[in-house]
Design a protein around this ligand. Structure first.
Ligand SMILES: *Cc1c(COP(=O)(O)O)cnc(C)c1O
Length: 428
């Protein structure tokens, strides 16, 4: 790794045959260690890998590790109920079922998110209607949502994208007068704050992911949170074959609407999750420090916009998402991402294709309304992101900034590469 001083100025871009800023691949992420191994061994020695029974009684709620994990989760996030499941996708499906979505109902969701945020309504025969996002935070635009509310709207899926909470109070204010439920897809923002409250606990139900790509993980796993006792009971029934127990427990809130699954979390994942939860604050601090460095060094590069943190909330930087104005920078996003890769800094273009363009959702859209210009502009030409935000990256943060600066210092070379690609032979 070369020092910052050596790379500024005229040194030749790696994409043009110069020396890369980073000559070795950046280190990978390993967020579990001895504590998780010890927890897993404890479960192995206990002889019980799952404590769930699909029938009424104390074991309907899972084994001791699951119940401890849920109790710790409630305490950490300041929420009344945490229901651990085998994935956030399962939690989202359980959340829409708990809110009783069904045929004829609509759920408003952003199109710029992981598909499970939107399939959660479709599964129950409801329609997903897509509202546009804000260009500064990439989260649902309340004005766009307001225009789409109809008597059929039953839920709003607010995605706390990239680690930053959406405009939750504005969305709740739109929803409340109509009895619409707001679900937070908080898969990417564990530990983020919204007006002093934990993201994922502000709306009616919040969903966290523990898959291996997320800030904390159990390999696979998810947690659904709520402060509403009735919603919590429905979530637990849907997690674990509730249809088989509604009679025995005398469940009265439309028992015929309960279809239970096996969305249960095992004891190993729960024990690992308890250890991961204890590391969340340390892992988040490293992310916020790195993001602070990137903000400081990259914000002055012409045409590049660093992620904005909206008022009264914090960002936990699941990814670091930038926008490029190609006209202002003088080169395209494709050229920038290629040049960064050549310098040893892998970045990604665009995030998810707008979901209404996917076959599953396209069939449900009104052709005249199904277009979200902000989402399309971000996806098509402006948004780029990277995940260089974990503790192992701290020693390399400055070099990552060097790579960006080096590219801007040699903008004209990059612009001419773009011209080559724009020539007829370079097309397609
Ligand atoms: C990862 C993710 C999910 C799904 O999480 P799983 O635990 O893999 O099911 C849902 N929504 C968003 C926004 C995600 O990033």
């Amino acid at each position: 790794m070369s020092g910052a001083a050596a790379v500024r100025g005229k040194s030749k871009l790696a994409i043009c045959g110069g020396e890369p800023v980073l000559s070795e691949p950046l280190p990978g992420h390993q967020n579990f260690g001895a504590e998780e191994t010890a927890a897993a061994m404890r479960v192995m020695k206990s002889g019980c890998l799952s404590g769930f029974y699909g029938s009424a009684g104390p074991r309907f709620l899972g084994g001791p590790e699951v119940r401890q994990f849920e109790a710790d989760w409630c305490e950490r996030f300041g929420v009344a109920h945490a229901v651990a499941m085998n994935s956030a996708t399962s939690c989202l499906m359980a959340a829409t079922a708990a809110c009783k979505l069904g045929p004829g109902d609509e759920m408003i969701a952003p199109p710029f998110t992981m598909s499970a945020s939107a399939t959660a309504a479709k599964l129950w025969g409801a329609r997903t209607v897509f509202a546009d996002i804000r260009a500064d935070s990439f989260t649902l635009d309340p004005d766009s949502v307001a225009k789409l509310i109809t008597p059929r709207t039953k839920a709003i899926m607010a995605v706390n994208l990239f680690g930053q909470p959406a405009d939750l109070d504005e969305l709740l204010a739109l929803a409340r007068p109509h009895g619409i439920k707001v679900i937070e897809d908080n898969a990417q923002a564990p530990g983020a704050l919204y007006k002093g409250r934990a993201a994922g606990t502000v709306a009616d139900i919040g969903v966290f992911s523990l898959n291996c790509h997320k800030i904390i993980q159990t390999g696979e796993g998810g947690v659904a949170c709520t402060n509403d006792d009735a919603l919590a009971e429905r979530l637990r029934l849907i997690r674990n074959h509730g249809e088989a127990v509604v009679r025995e427990i005398g469940y009265r809130q439309s028992p015929e609407s309960i279809i239970g699954f096996n969305f249960r979390m095992g004891e190993l994942e729960a024990a690992i999750g308890t250890e991961q939860l204890a590391k969340l604050d340390t892992l988040t601090a490293a992310r916020q420090d790195l993001a602070g460095l990137y903000d400081e060094r990259l914000r002055s590069l012409p045409g590049l916009t660093v992620p904005e943190v909206l008022p009264s909330r914090s960002h936990v930087y699941y990814v670091y998402a930038l926008t490029l104005d190609p006209a202002h920078a003088g080169f395209s996003r494709r050229a920038l991402v290629s040049a960064l890769a050549a310098e040893g800094v892998e970045c990604f273009e665009g995030y998810c294709r707008p979901l209404y363009q996917e076959a599953l959702f396209a069939q449900d859209q009104d052709s005249d309304t199904a277009s979200c210009p902000v989402t399309e502009r971000l996806y098509g030409e402006q948004l780029l992101f990277h995940g260089w935000l974990y503790p192992e990256i701290v020693p390399f943060g400055a070099a990552i900034c060097d790579a960006f600066e080096k590219i801007w210092d040699n903008r004209s070379d990059l612009a001419s590469l773009d011209d080559e690609h724009a020539s007829p032979s370079g097309r397609g």
